[in-house]
Write a protein that binds this ligand. Sequence first.
Ligand code: NAD
Ligand code: MG
Length: 327
Amino acid sequence: MEIIIKKGSIKKLKSIVDELSPYKTAVITNTTLEKLWLDKILDQINAVPIVIPDGEEFKSLETAQQIWKKLIEISFTRRSLIIGLGGGVMTDLAAFAASTFMRGTYLGLIPTTLLAQVDAAIGGKTGVNFEGKNIIGTFYLPNFVLIDPETLKTLPEVEIVNGFGEVVKYGILDSRVYKKLKSFRKIDEELIRECVNVKLRIVEEDLRESGKRRILNLGHTAGHAVEKASNYRVKHGFAVAIGLMASALIAEKVNGFDSGKVEELLDKFSLPKRHSFEPKELLEAMKIDKKAWYGRLVFILPEEIGKVTIREVEEKIVLAVLEAMKN
Ligand code: NAD
Ligand code: MG
């Protein structure tokens, strides 16, 4: 797997595709990216665009079926290439289609949101929503991931802030990212690369999430609860930010971690630290989370920047923190 992180690299796609020399190429993207970035690709390579409406609700089995049908129509084979162009919705969907069609085609990802560049397109998880989020999916590594920070120029500000929810998470997991964030002025190749490296290091040790990969769920215990309680109106990165604050405050009580370090980063990137839900409701949501441990409250807690531990936390500590964070 090749990961290219470079300004302007989208214009170099042809040489990467030529190297794979696929029988055919299809680009899976949505109506938003179609207008903004698809031409940059079609100018360079011969590919069939498959354009899907914009929205998380289209990350579905129905859409996957439409894609499979289209691939058959154009005589796609296993030696053909699917390119996913867009945010995490497109990269998850394209990767799912690639991993399932004829037991797996070539796959290239061109993530165009900050969240997809540092997270969704990295690590080999694919999926669609079915009954719940990401219930149906596979593990499948792409042949290449091409990350061009230039594509972020067209991304709405709220999506940038959303991506920083996960970037701040990496900053707590890794002291190099933390230092970059402390002196942050603008998104550059190096910041993206540092984040990608944190995720890659962890995923390489544990692709299928039996152990170490779980630390990537820092901030997600309370974060998922906030997303659920809001009926997914609170965006993932914002929910993770609230979850990071919760983890930091719980850690402060449990091991003396300085939660001010997390608070400072959340402020710097205009991320939320408080919520407006019933603490009891959040607690119940945490207990039934698919990643929770059979109703036990397990948190990933920072001990210091760059070091976390996974541990069960008493319900009354969690409740007290959620109360203190309530608007
Ligand atoms: P998204 O894909 O919905 O993109 C957000 C919005 O930005 C969309 O409207 C999109 O069309 C638009 N957009 C994308 N790139 C743009 C650009 N360059 N310019 C202008 N507009 C642009 O959302 P997301 O936050 O990127 O991804 C969320 C999805 O990622 C969820 O489905 C989540 O489950 C998935 N995800 C997967 C993993 C994984 O490991 N596979 C990890 C994290 C998230
Ligand atoms: Mg996440």
